[in-house]
Ligand binder design. Structure first.
Ligand code: BG6
Length: 458
């Protein structure tokens, strides 16, 4: 089926940095061509030409890897409608301007998802239309339910894309291949053999001028509630019958339902924010002094929690999720720590148990094992079987847009998953709000709060 794109929030940061780039990659890959309509809706007083000029500059800045001639082909397909995305009449005007069945993409702040979806329901989404909604999907479980209710009136579940671009990252998809296309891993992928799972997304990036959004979200809502819980779901889920939208949604939904929120908030959760410091060459101020930040909100730039998965496979295994901004090094990985061998035949040695690391951006897989040494054959040595994966052809957004065009929702979050993810983080948010867990501090450029805790087994 031929499709058009209607991007609500077409002059925003997400469109300028990621969506236009994804579209350009699809032109370069031959997935899209001069026939496609891409219509941006925003409040800017722009005509098509002015929008194209803006988009040309954004593409030059954020898609320099795509040849200029291809970027120009994208620019040539862009149009702009000035309008209020929460007004049904304005949306109707936009929908009337495109030729083919639309993908309507809400690249908007989540505070206006609900009125926008309601306006879209009133304007009427053409048959076969697709709706894509960015993250975070609401601010809590009640919000997510309400959004799901409106979405279910608008389109069938397989035409709704709740976006989580982590699902389109190469290593994330490789969790599926590694687990379910090999005999080797599944037999030990359970509490009999796994000691602990860590899901880490440490960033050197600071606020990057995103205070307007980030200061009302914080690390827990920005990263753990969606991206890291999706990684947990892929690591912990049961084998799907089929790797497609229905198969993945069923298994991810099941395992998220089995996640028990942190048992003891003071022990099992950490919240912190950065103070002034140097990250690489860059000097960052206190988070609380960054432009646009309200220090009274006590927004965390680092969040961590440990949960368990209450099912037969994972009973008792801690899953530790953490993510922070302005840290000393980028560290993005899923770490599976195995238990020690049941009987150690090497009397003088006490080797570290095996560790499997799935690295993200750049992607790679490393298995740390013990082998007989190259010197004395009875001495053990730690060796790493390590492969770097070549960069993926499409960025995560490029891949998501391609799947939307194909009408395949396998890389989307289902309604159940979205609500379950809020169920898991709700008690943490409530405990933090009630002051049950102190807001710690860490200097920008450091390893984060409580370095001792991080040294344990990492
Ligand atoms: C986004 C978050 O969803 O993911 C950002 O809002 C974060 O705060 C980003 O930096 C990380 O993903 P990526 O793919 O840009 O590394």
């Amino acid at each position: 089926m031929k499709r058009s794109f209607v991007v609500l929030g077409g002059s925003g940061d997400l469109t300028g940095r990621l969506l236009l780039r994804g579209l350009a990659e699809l032109f370069e890959a031959g997935v899209l061509d001069e026939e496609v309509d891409v219509l941006a809706v925003s409040r800017e007083e722009w005509d098509d030409q002015q929008y194209r000029d803006w988009a040309r500059r954004r593409l030059a800045a954020h898609a320099p890897h795509v040849p200029e001639a291809t970027r120009e082909r994208v620019v040539g397909r862009l149009g702009h409608v000035r309008g209020d995305v929460t007004a049904a009449a304005d949306l109707r005007r936009a929908l009337d301007r495109v030729q083919d069945v639309p993908v309507v993409y809400l690249a908007l702040p989540n505070t206006i998802f609900l009125p926008t979806l309601e306006a879209l329901a009133e304007a009427g989404l053409p048959d076969g239309g697709i709706v894509a909604v960015e993250k975070p999907f609401g601010r809590d479980r009640a919000d997510a339910r309400e959004l799901n209710r409106v979405l279910s009136r608008l389109a069938p579940e397989d035409a709704v894309f709740r976006i989580d671009h982590f699902l389109a990252k190469q290593t994330v998809l490789n969790v599926l291949g590694l687990r379910f296309a090999n005999r080797l891993f599944e037999p030990v992928w359970n509490s009999a053999h796994v000691e602990q799972v860590e899901i880490v997304f440490d960033e050197t990036l600071g606020l990057e001028g995103r205070a307007g959004y980030y200061d009302t979200a914080g690390a827990l809502r920005d990263m753990l509630q969606n991206h890291l819980l999706q990684l947990l779901a892929l690591v912990a889920m049961e084998p799907p019958l089929t790797v497609d939208a229905a198969g993945l949604a069923a298994r991810k939904g099941d395992v998220l339902r089995a996640v028990r929120p942190p048992a003891d908030m003071a022990r099992d959760t950490v919240r912190a924010r950065y103070t002034a410091g140097t990250v690489g060459e860059r000097r960052l101020p206190d988070y609380a002094a960054e432009e646009g930040v309200d220090p009274g909100r006590e927004t965390e730039t680092y969040a961590e929690f440990t949960v368990t998965v209450d099912n037969w496979r994972w009973s008792g295994v801690p899953f530790r999720l953490r993510s922070g901004k302005a840290l000393g090094a980028d560290r993005r990985e899923i770490v599976i720590r195995f238990k020690p061998v049941p009987h150690l035949a090497f009397t003088d040695e006490n080797p570290e148990p095996d560790v499997l690391r799935l690295r993200l951006d750049p992607d790679g897989i490393a298995l740390e094992v013990n082998l007989n040494g190259a010197g004395d054959p009875f001495d053990l040595e730690r060796r790493v079987l390590d492969i770097d994966l070549p960069p993926a052809g499409l960025s995560a957004y490029g891949l998501l847009l391609r799947e939307m065009l194909a009408g395949d929702a396998a890389l989307s979050i289902s309604d159940v998953e979205a609500e379950e993810s809020w169920r898991i983080v709700a008690p943490v948010l409530a405990a933090w709000r009630a002051g049950e867990v102190p807001l710690e501090e860490y200097p920008a450029g450091s390893d984060g709060p409580l370095p001792d805790r991080h040294d344990q087994g990492t």
